[in-house]
Ligand binder design. Structure first.
Ligand SMILES: Cc1cc2nc3c(=O)[nH]c(=O)nc-3n(C[C@H](O)[C@H](O)[C@H](O)COP(=O)(O)OP(=O)(O)OC[C@H]3O[C@@H](n4cnc5c(N)ncnc54)[C@H](O)[C@@H]3O)c2cc1C
Length: 404
């Protein structure tokens, strides 16, 4: 892991100030610098200390709408070339992705596969016994078919953000860690400057709010109300028992409401897939980010139903984070409110895997002032206009918006 990278001196001016050093803010800064823009990135804590550092960091293409598939597909390509692009490793590991369907959901499953294939995703349809051939511990008796995407994987979310940030800094961006943007100053309807707690000010006419769960609060102060709610997400790490064999592929169990992926060579990472409305929380900060033992037991039991050998899995800890969820589970990527204000907010549990391409598109938007066509449906006003992103081929057995 590279060493500390914060610059302590606050510059007097910048073309663009990016607020937030998660995967989004760092990716946007990286892509802005590539375009020759003079950027200051301000992070309240350290890079990736927000949702990004708590992420499951799955990188999959399994989405129900073309826009999600396209953003994910472009981003996956970037993750695979990350080192070439940035000079740093994000530790991307290709695992492959599996998810099964029961007989009653087969038509929806096949519609989803044809949508994915039409976008170039290698979504192979396997019989249950073929799936068992590539994932021997998987319980497939209730499945009628299984989808396999051999390209999916996961990365290290901290290394990814640090890689973006370091690479941006190496090309001239100023990174300020442990600095807090206390307010954005508006004059005559335009952004004039950004105040950093501790009385320094950066003069700028463009600000990107990429402050994750804190963006709604910063936007509200600028009279931009965001429709985002906060949902707790729990993750548990389990040691694979002897006899499991090689690390599993990513598995989405729509019926057991769990996802699992390998974590390093010996462990697996497991979490819930649904946004459970009962887990909506009022604030974006958790008073306790440890995982209760009842959740550890529940996730292990759910996982055991799909991987019976996991009955002997040893819990190795876990953590909780907070999702920022919009009404349609797609982000808001737009220029809103005072002239010069850009938002990258409400990633609804999908932000990590989308960060390379969203960063590239937002940088194009901010640098040129012209909105890339693909961002139009993700505008701020879509909820007011009653034009949310709609699933084109809904997930089989869908109960609620899917995370992560
Ligand atoms: C439990 C969990 C599992 C997840 N799993 C996945 C997954 O498998 N795949 C996937 O694609 N996505 C996943 N996600 C979602 C993904 O992690 C997020 O969408 C993504 O990390 C959001 O990145 P961000 O940069 O927008 O926000 P953050 O990472 O939260 O970054 C925002 C940063 O802004 C800083 N900040 C806030 N206010 C200020 C201020 N005033 N001044 C300066 N800095 C400020 C914060 O300190 C923070 O570091 C998961 C999320 C959680 C919680």
């Amino acid at each position: 892991m590279p060493g500390p990278m914060a610059t302590s001196r606050v510059p007097r001016r910048a073309d663009v100030v990016v607020v937030g050093g998660g995967c989004m803010g760092t990716s946007i800064a990286f892509h802005l610098v590539r375009r020759g823009v003079d950027v200051v990135l301000v992070e309240r804590g350290h890079v990736a200390s927000g949702a990004t550092g708590h992420s499951g960091a799955l990188v999959r293409q399994h989405y129900e709408a073309r826009i999600g598939i396209r953003l994910a597909r472009e981003s996956l390509g970037f993750f695979r070339r990350f080192e070439k692009e940035t000079g740093y490793s994000c530790d991307f590991r290709t695992t492959g992705f599996l998810s099964g369907t029961r007989h009653r959901d087969l038509a929806a499953f096949e519609a989803l596969l044809s949508l994915l294939r039409s976008e170039g995703v290698k979504a192979e349809q396997l019989t249950p016994s073929e799936a068992k051939g590539i994932e021997p511990q998987l319980e497939v008796s209730d499945y009628a078919a299984v989808v396999h995407d051999p390209e999916a994987g996961y990365a290290d979310p901290i290394a990814t953000s640090v890689g973006f940030a370091q690479s941006a800094a190496g090309s001239g961006a100023v990174l300020l860690e442990n600095r807090d943007v206390s307010s954005v100053v508006i004059r005559s309807g335009r952004i004039a400057s950004v105040r950093i707690r501790g009385r320094s000010t950066i003069t700028t006419d463009r600000v990107v709010l990429a402050a994750g769960n804190w963006t709604p609060e910063l936007a509200r102060a600028l009279r931009v109300p965001l429709r985002v709610r906060f949902v707790r997400g729990d993750i548990v790490i389990l040691r694979r028992p002897v006899g499991f064999g090689s690390p599993p592929k990513i598995h989405f169990d729509f019926y057991g409401n769990t996802y699992v992926r390998p974590e390093g060579e010996k462990d697996v990472l497991v979490g819930y897939m649904d946004t459970d409305p009962r887990k909506t929380i009022r604030r974006h900060l958790l008073s306790d980010d440890t995982v209760p033992s009842s959740t550890v037991r529940d996730l292990r039991t759910r996982l055991m139903r799909r991987f019976p050998v996991m009955a002997r899995a040893q819990p190795r800890g876990g953590w909780a984070g907070v999702y920022d969820v919009t009404p349609d589970s797609y982000p808001i990527l737009d220029r809103v409110g005072p002239e010069g204000l850009y938002l990258a907010a409400g990633f609804s549990g999908h932000g990590f895997k989308l960060s390379p391409e969203v960063g590239r598109l937002m940088a194009e938007y901010v640098a040129t002032g012209r909105k890339p066509e693909i961002l139009v449906p993700l505008r701020f006003a879509r909820f007011r206009e009653n034009r949310p992103i709609k699933p084109e081929a809904p997930f089989p057995a869908k109960r609620g918006p899917r995370l992560p």
